[in-house]
Design a protein around this ligand. Structure first.
Ligand code: FAD
Length: 437
């Protein structure tokens, strides 16, 4: 079948998206002899941006993306949808369709193991894939062991009954469970940082409070925050929703009983009627299995993937690159990059550029200087009338080689769809898809 015919067939098959055209996008016959193989584990914001960049920059490479989910759901812009303030504005993106359109391969499979010695990936369903270059972009996972130890039954109950919705596969369950709340104490928590999308829990608290108030549901949102909160939000909690938000800073959850509906803190137990329980976060299990965790100052493994921040290479393996939320600290001046989709796309593109250069110039060649990323985040400060905040972070290399960070916040008291424009722009510019056909 010719590429044009294939695209014609695929045109109606996606979930409301189609690939942007581009003359540099080339078809990628699978495993063509002599081509260097790039495997990307994790096909979301970081992984799909890298795949597209590799197609544009290095069409000679054979690029394979592996993700356990066939469809990409967007966490950005999900909070107003959760409380029915807007429809779901970022439709799901069918990874197979996008891959076929852009000219890389996609396999829906759960990666069980990365064998760095053999340079191969082992999946649960589909066997083994060899690579010359590997990009790991598996995002974050929850560390339920921090609350439940080895009690997997309690951990599973907590996730099924009180999902946090900080991984995309939980979004529908999260919304369905929220509809069961008829009143009382709705508990949300913020674990110790670093966390995915730092403002997201506070945005949720504001919009959930609006949801309770506007629906005359007798209840309140209790926010247990292991840290001190974000001043821009915590001031508004008291000003706008004093009867609907109970904010408790410096209150970490130590243990959870999902059956009795209580959480334990250093100040005592808190009962809840419904909850969005967000456990501490870490890089996904496969990062640890592959021996890719970073180390702290005492030489102990951290919860995140250890990275050379100026190359995006794994510390332990020059054939392995890393991008997205899984990264460990990148600078002693500020620690982690913010774990946002925007940042993940910039890191995915930058890692792809490094791989493209090394694959061309030989494995012993050094990478080109890294394009430092930036991040933009749109969050809702209130629901009706809508108010938003844009948070921007920029990075610069200091003379001594350390990365510095500058953060700025911009109020948007009369938003006119800037968040949607940003989200659709990100999908188009970084992932190579546009809505419609
Ligand atoms: C409520 C909320 C709101 C947010 N709003 C914004 C926002 O407004 N702007 C913004 O920029 N960011 C926002 N974010 C953050 C953003 O969603 C994340 O930063 C982003 O998803 C990170 O992208 P990633 O590619 O690194 O990881 P992920 O999106 O987590 O992707 C990782 C992928 O790897 C796959 N995977 C993991 N392990 C395996 C395995 N073993 N085998 C196969 N596949 C695997 C997963 O299925 C997943 O698709 C928000 C997050 C939340 C929770």
């Amino acid at each position: 079948m010719k590429r044009r015919e294939l695209l014609g067939l695929l045109g109606g098959a996606g979930l409301g998206w189609s690939a942007l055209s581009g003359s540099a996008l080339a078809a990628s016959p699978a495993n063509e002899a002599g081509r260097q193989r790039v495997v990307i584990v994790g096909g979301a914001w970081a992984g799909l941006s890298a795949a597209r960049e590799l197609r544009l920059r290095a069409p000679e490479l054979d690029v394979l993306v592996i993700d356990r989910e066939p469809v990409l759901r967007a966490l950005p812009l999900s909070t107003p949808w959760l409380v029915d303030r807007t429809p779901e504005r970022m439709p799901g993106l069918d990874r197979s369709v996008l891959a076929a359109q852009l000219g890389y391969r996609f396999v829906a499979a759960d990666v069980q193991r990365i064998d760095r010695a053999q340079r191969s990936i082992v999946t649960a369903q589909d066997g083994t894939y060899a690579y010359d270059w590997l990009l790991v972009a598996t995002g974050v996972s929850y560390d339920y062991s921090a609350w439940f130890g080895a009690d997997t039954q309690a951990a599973q109950a907590a996730q099924a009954l009180y999902p946090a919705g900080f991984v995309a596969s939980e979004l529908d369950l999260l919304k369905a469970r929220l509809q069961t709340f008829t009143g009382g104490n709705l508990l949300i928590n913020v674990p110790a940082s670093p966390n995915r999308c730092p403002p997201a829990p506070y945005e949720r608290a504001m919009l959930l409070a609006w949801w309770l108030k506007s629906r005359h549901i007798k209840g309140k949102v209790t926010v247990l925050d292991a840290g001190g909160g974000m001043p821009r939000f915590t001031r508004l909690f008291g000003e706008r929703y004093p009867d609907h938000i109970d904010f408790q800073p410096h209150t970490a959850i130590r243990a959870v009983d999902p059956f009795a509906r209580t959480v334990s803190t250093d100040d005592g137990d808190v009962h809840f009627d419904h909850a969005m329980l967000l456990p501490p976060m870490r890089a996904s299990a496969v990062v640890e299995q592959a021996g890719l965790l970073g180390q702290d100052a005492q030489g102990k493994p951290t919860r995140w993937a250890g990275v050379d921040p100026l190359r995006l290479r794994a510390l332990q393996d020059e054939r392995v690159y890393l991008a997205g939320d899984l990264l460990d600290t990148v600078s002693p001046l500020f620690g982690h990059y913010p774990k946002t989709a925007h940042m993940a796309t910039r890191l995915g593109v930058a890692a792809a550029q490094q791989i493209a250069a090394r694959s061309r110039n030989g494995a012993s060649a050094t990478e080109p200087p890294l394009n430092l990323p930036h991040s933009v985040c749109h969050v809702w400060l209130d629901a009706d009338p809508a108010e938003q905040l844009r948070i921007e972070t920029q990075y610069r290399l200091r003379g001594d080689g350390l990365i510095t960070q500058a953060v700025s916040q911009h109020d948007n008291p009369q938003p006119r769809g800037e968040d949607l424009q940003w989200g659709l722009g990100l999908v188009a510019d970084a992932l190579g898809a546009k809505p419609g056909s």
